[in-house]
Design a protein around this ligand. Structure first.
Ligand code: OOG
Ligand code: MG
Length: 256
């Protein structure tokens, strides 16, 4: 177990990096960091946000697709926390507030019941209150977007911002929905089946991981299932859009 003051030092460097939109060194090069320690840093880091008046609204799953695991060179699922201030509104996203942001095509679930620990797919499915297309904006606070698994967990799993389209009633089969994302005039396509073979399984994972960090998924919370394709760097201001077959679309503007 790492010392409490080291945890605070790590929280400080990540919080400053995020607030000033400047990259920092990986923690694992300076500290011996277990995954358990890393989640303690994540908790401390998110507490800085709630101390500044932000409110937790949900969780994001990371590395639920092979494409993402390969892109970042890691092989385990991770969880991160989402705050109300991370949600992109009509004003769009401000590029200068981030270090090197990337966008990911995702599916969002809204829960109708609390969940924690080992649950079945059927249980997860029955807990879904609504579903929507979503774009996650990730932004590693580490230089060159490079990190170990412990580093990225400490950095709130690269959570930065998210946009959610119109919520729909559950019941839609989302196990193989075509997804098309447009960024900087380029198109990127994939299928929701890339997310654990079925994005509903991301809720099963989230319930398990959240229990491990001593927390719980609450009714009303948003769960981002993880990216179906590699993340795409936002090179310049302009529109970003995602279309998910049968589910609908979500878009926002990237401002300088
Ligand atoms: C970590 C976050 C991964 C996803 O959807 O797989 C993630 C990262 O790649 O920086 O959000
Ligand atoms: Mg993601």
């Amino acid at each position: 177990m790492i010392l409490k003051h080291s945890i605070e030092t790590m929280v400080d460097s990540l919080d400053q990096a995020q607030q000033s939109a400047t990259a920092t060194d990986q923690l694992s090069t300076r500290f011996g960091l277990s995954l358990e320690d890393a989640y303690m840093v994540q908790q401390g880091l998110f507490k800085r946000r709630t101390d500044r008046g932000e409110r937790i609204v949900g969780f994001k799953m990371g590395f639920t697709s092979v494409a993402k695991m390969k892109q970042m060179g890691v092989s385990d699922q991770i969880i991160g926390q989402l705050s109300d201030r991370m949600r992109i509104g009509a004003e769009g996203l401000s590029l200068s507030s981030f270090v090197h942001p990337r966008v990911e095509p995702e599916i969002a679930f809204r829960l109708g019941a609390p969940l924690s620990g080992d649950i079945s797919r059927d249980h997860a499915l029955a807990s879904i209150d609504a579903v929507a297309p979503a774009i996650e904006i990730i932004d590693s606070r580490y230089r060159d977007f490079k990190f170990s698994l412990a580093d990225v967990i400490a950095d709130n799993s690269s959570s930065a911002a998210f946009a959610i389209g119109q919520w729909r009633d559950p019941g839609l089969d989302l196990s193989d929905a075509h997804m098309t994302m447009e960024v900087g005039g380029e198109r990127f396509t994939g299928s929701s089946s890339a997310i654990l073979g079925d994005p509903v399984l991301a809720i099963v994972s989230a319930a398990r991981l959240v229990k491990e960090i001593g927390s719980r998924l609450e009714a009303g919370m948003i769960i981002l299932a993880g990216a179906a394709t590699e993340a795409v760097a936002i090179g310049a201001p302009g529109p970003v859009r995602l279309d998910v077959a049968a589910l609908g679309s979500v878009e926002f503007t990237v401002n300088p």
